[in-house]
Design a protein around this ligand. Structure first.
Ligand code: TXA
Ligand code: MG
Length: 325
């Protein structure tokens, strides 16, 4: 791919917004790190983000929006979320909230979870892009999975240059440490990942509103540890039993096909008839939800090769198939 770099004194943000509208990927600066952005409501664009990063699993992504009102149009407001939003947005803070029933964010963006991650960044360039685009932009840090987060456009080019359509260069990020991720979906808030807003500041803000910061366990609550949903073996489990690598449907099974193995059952679902891993990733969580919703006893999934996003697809399917805790 021919990746363009645009300085912010050009018409970069209009171009970037058009690329997002057409399902493309744009790396853009925030005050924490550069993000690898795609339309959060377009599962194909979100699948392309995972493919570009080479993430071995579908870790849920943060959706970025321009205003606090826009955030609460997508996630259900709680007292804790309102207090934290008023104190720290726009800024380096991400809130986990229950999705509103009409929330258009793709299920792949939240890796199939019922709760979504929302952030209103403070960076002027990020704000311009989000305003111009008008919808939520899903963005993990713009680095290949497992590598150091990028704080300059040059880092993005070095790590992901071939996989993005456009990199907006607005100089180095001021913070370089990622946003603080806080579960504010319930009556007490919990810090899931330490970051740009301190726990002292969060506790003080909640206390002033008569609310509590729930303690995590004392193991240090490192990022991506127990509370990170992707790590829990059976977290993605549907109500039905899930069986992987099914080549022939049995009675009572909703078979989700892939490649040469077609779907079977009430819905006739196929992750990707063409055997394309990115298309399959985009469909995965929607189809699991759909199969569950028709009340199948067993959901079967045809074999998906472990190549490209197949690794992440199989990781999630193994978790969904794991014995329930
Ligand atoms: O500063 C930042 O947060 C940067 C910029 C680009 O905004 N983004 C970033 O994204 O660091 P990422 O994908 O590297 O980290 C997202 C974190 C992960 O720890 C993920 O588990 C958590 O947010 N997360 C996202 N959605 C979640 C959800 N629905 N429930 C719980 N945790 C979630
Ligand atoms: Mg990251």
């Amino acid at each position: 791919m021919d990746t363009k770099i645009l300085k912010t004194n050009s018409d970069g943000y209009d171009t970037a917004s058009k690329i997002l509208q057409s399902g493309g990927l744009v790396a853009f600066p925030t005050e924490t790190v550069y993000g690898l952005g795609g339309d959060a409501c377009n599962a194909d664009a979100v699948a392309a983000i995972f493919a570009a990063k080479g993430r071995p699993a579908f870790n849920p992504l943060i959706s970025h929006v321009a205003t606090i009102d826009a955030a609460f149009d997508l996630g259900i407001e709680t007292a804790a979320a309102r207090a934290l939003a008023d104190a720290f947005w726009p800024g380096p803070m991400t809130l986990i909230l229950h999705r509103r029933p009409d929330c258009p964010i793709a299920r792949l963006t939240s890796a199939g979870l019922d709760r979504i991650a929302l952030r209103v960044p403070a960076h002027s360039g990020a704000c311009r892009l989000l305003q111009r685009f008008g919808g939520p932009v899903a963005a993990p840090s713009a680095n290949p999975s497992g590598r150091i987060s990028p704080s300059r456009a040059a880092h993005v080019m070095a790590g992901l240059g071939n996989a993005v359509d456009l990199v907006i260069d607005d100089g180095p990020c001021s913070s370089g440490v990622e946003s603080t991720v806080i579960d504010a979906s319930g009556s007490a808030a919990t810090i899931l990942r330490p970051g740009g807003v301190t726990s002292t500041g969060i506790a003080a803000c909640l206390a002033a509103a008569g609310l509590q910061l729930a303690r995590t366990d004392d193991s240090g609550s490192a990022p991506h540890t127990p509370l990170s949903p992707g790590q829990l073996a059976s977290h993605y489990a549907p109500a039905a039993r899930l069986v992987m690598n099914v080549t022939k449907p049995v009675k009572g099974m909703e078979l989700i096909g892939f490649g040469p193995i077609g779907g079977d059952g009430q819905l006739d679902l196929t992750l990707s008839a063409a055997g394309d891993d990115v298309e399959a990733a985009a469909n995965l969580f929607d189809m699991l939800h759909a199969a569950d919703a028709v009340g199948a006893d067993i959901i079967g999934v045809a074999p998906v090769p472990d190549t490209g996003l197949g690794e992440a697809i199989n990781d999630r399917l193994r978790r969904a198939a794991a014995p329930r805790a």
